[in-house]
Design a protein around this ligand. Structure first.
Ligand code: ADP
Ligand code: GLC
Length: 499
């Protein structure tokens, strides 16, 4: 297809700033599109956590001291540019210390709306100064969801954008960017109040995400199942009616995986690389390393082969890498996991941070089973990779999951996922059927502890049946969720939009 100009906006992009899967997607999809020959430019804030020297970011000389008026505020910003390793997509960083020099990527502070309104307006201002006319603006989540409305209002005079189309991808509908209606003036939208969602205004609120859903040419989300789910009351979080009204323009595209980062064959962060042909040995070595790293009881001596390599049938290791929020469903594990740890020879390595109650539970689990459980409470990319490589079973019992990346990473690393049948988990993991030898993981349907307990028990039983486990593991490793496959759906979408 003819190369397109694609302007991609995101609040987080790996490896510069990351809190979750959005950053992985915002790194890998633009990189893939650039590799396909498109002119892709990514825009994100220059948070204080981003080290400009380490990432070799350079100031853009014609984008210095750019001013943007947001109601009664005038912000001045400058721009840096750089690239993620191995990527040909330019990433432009909006440098406005007043707004972005904070402790984290996101804040609960009073001016959160301004931080992301500036990212959105700043992107448009940069395009103007570059004289660059995007065929497609690809917005992600609430942070940049005002862009379609800005194009129809503040920037409607500019011919540069006359033919631009807009896509809004919803990565997580739980975060909508809802603010008190008073902020409208300082979003620069005072004269355009009538275009905002009127029922919210009556309630004294304004929602970034809703205006994105109203004005984007197409709304996508990150799996087919989630695209259906968010049109229902159970998952739509108040946006279901609006999404149903636009259902002809709502589309699910399952995320891809960047296998240059997340595959055991070339993962530079794990001690032993392996592939499908030497998975048994590779996993055993990484497992020994993981257990040592996590300070867990190795395993009984008869399980240790020469060179400290664990035997294949040694105690199974259960891995978790996650934001610890109610979305992720870990409450379902609160009975079955301790029970398995009490009665069986299993280990658990847990990495994550988030809500206090969930962290407290995992701290308790570690105190109760100090030789069997290790909880790393924080963020650690290297450990995330080692857990994928060194675990046997990976837990994602999510209440809802727009796509989920870790289950796809797990499949490639031969780490069998236990997932609930929702969103992207339902689209990417198939229930294993021992009779036919098909399927890639353990999938339970209802959001209840019994479902999870069944899945865990079945997984542990299957683990001790080596030939069956090997078949299951190999099925997962053969799956291909690369962007080379999934990315085509975005290209088709852009091509249809641009016409
Ligand atoms: P979500 O975006 O909802 O958090 P995903 O499965 O899409 O879920 O993506 C999560 C990403 O964040 C994965 O790359 C995962 O490895 C990473 N991640 C989550 N928590 C941590 C953590 N504590 N330390 C390191 N990486 C983490
Ligand atoms: C969100 C979702 C997750 C998805 C990620 C990337 O954070 O919670 O399911 O994989 O975005 O799209």
């Amino acid at each position: 297809m003819a190369p397109l100009r694609i302007c991609f906006l995101a609040s987080e992009v790996a490896p510069f700033a990351k809190t979750g899967g959005l950053a992985d997607v915002a790194q890998a999809l633009p990189a893939h599109l650039a590799e396909r020959g498109h002119d892709v430019r990514v825009f994100m804030p220059l948070y204080s956590v981003i080290d400009t020297e380490k990432h070799e970011l350079k100031p853009v000389d014609f984008l210095q001291g750019v001013q943007v008026r947001l109601g009664s505020y005038v912000f001045a910003f400058s721009v840096f540019v750089g690239r993620a390793p191995g990527s040909e997509a330019d990433v432009y960083f909006i440098h406005c210390p007043q707004l972005y020099h904070r402790d984290g990527v996101y804040t609960g502070e009073w001016d959160e709306h301004l931080r992301f309104a500036l990212l959105t307006r700043g992107t448009l201002e940069c395009c103007q100064r570059m004289g660059w006319s995007p065929d497609v603006f690809h917005c992600n989540d609430w942070h940049t969801a005002l862009l379609p409305l800005y194009l129809e209002t503040i920037y409607d005079w500019d011919d540069l954008f006359a033919r631009s189309k807009t896509v809004l991808t919803i990565h997580n509908i739980a975060y909508q960017g809802v603010f008190p209606a008073e902020v409208i003036d300082n979003l620069g939208l005072a004269e355009h109040r009538h275009l905002l969602f009127q029922e919210d205004l009556k309630q004294g609120a304004v929602s970034f995400m809703k205006s994105g859903v109203l004005y984007a040419d197409v709304v996508t989300t990150v799996s087919r199942t989630y695209a259906r789910e968010i049109q229902t009351e159970a998952f739509g979080m108040g946006l279901e009616a609006l999404l149903r009204e636009r259902s002809g323009s709502v589309l699910g595209i399952v995320n891809g995986v960047d296998y240059s980062q997340w595959s055991p064959e070339n993962d530079s962060l794990i001690p032993h690389n392996y592939g499908i042909d030497d998975v048994a040995e590779g996993k055993a070595k990484n497992k020994a390393h993981l257990l040592a790293e996590a300070n867990l009881q190795a395993v009984s001596t008869e399980d240790v082969l020469a060179e400290d390599v664990l035997a294949e049938d040694s105690a199974p290791v259960i891995g978790i890498v996650s934001r610890l929020t109610s979305q992720k469903g870990f409450e379902l594990t609160y009975e079955a996991l301790p029970e398995a740890l009490r009665y069986l020879d299993v280990r658990a390595v847990i990495l994550g941070s988030g809500e206090g109650g969930i962290e407290d539970h995992f701290h308790w689990l570690q105190r109760t089973f100090p030789q069997k459980v290790s909880f790393y409470n924080g963020y650690n990319n290297e450990l995330a990779h080692l857990i994928e490589a060194g675990s046997d079973i990976f837990l994602m019992p999510s209440r809802f999951e727009p796509c989920g990346l870790n289950q796809m990473y797990s499949l490639k690393y031969g780490t069998v996922p236990i997932v609930r049948q929702t969103g992207g988990l339902a689209d990417t993991v198939e229930l294993f059927d021992p009779a036919t030898g098909t399927g890639t993981g353990f999938v339970f349907e209802h959001y209840d502890a019994t479902g999870f307990a069944w899945a865990l028990k079945t997984a542990l039983e299957t683990y001790s049946d080596r030939p069956t486990w090997e078949k299951l593991r190999a099925n997962g490793m053969k799956k291909d969720f690369s962007w080379q496959r999934q990315g085509a759906e975005y290209e088709d979408l852009y091509a249809r939009l641009v016409g």
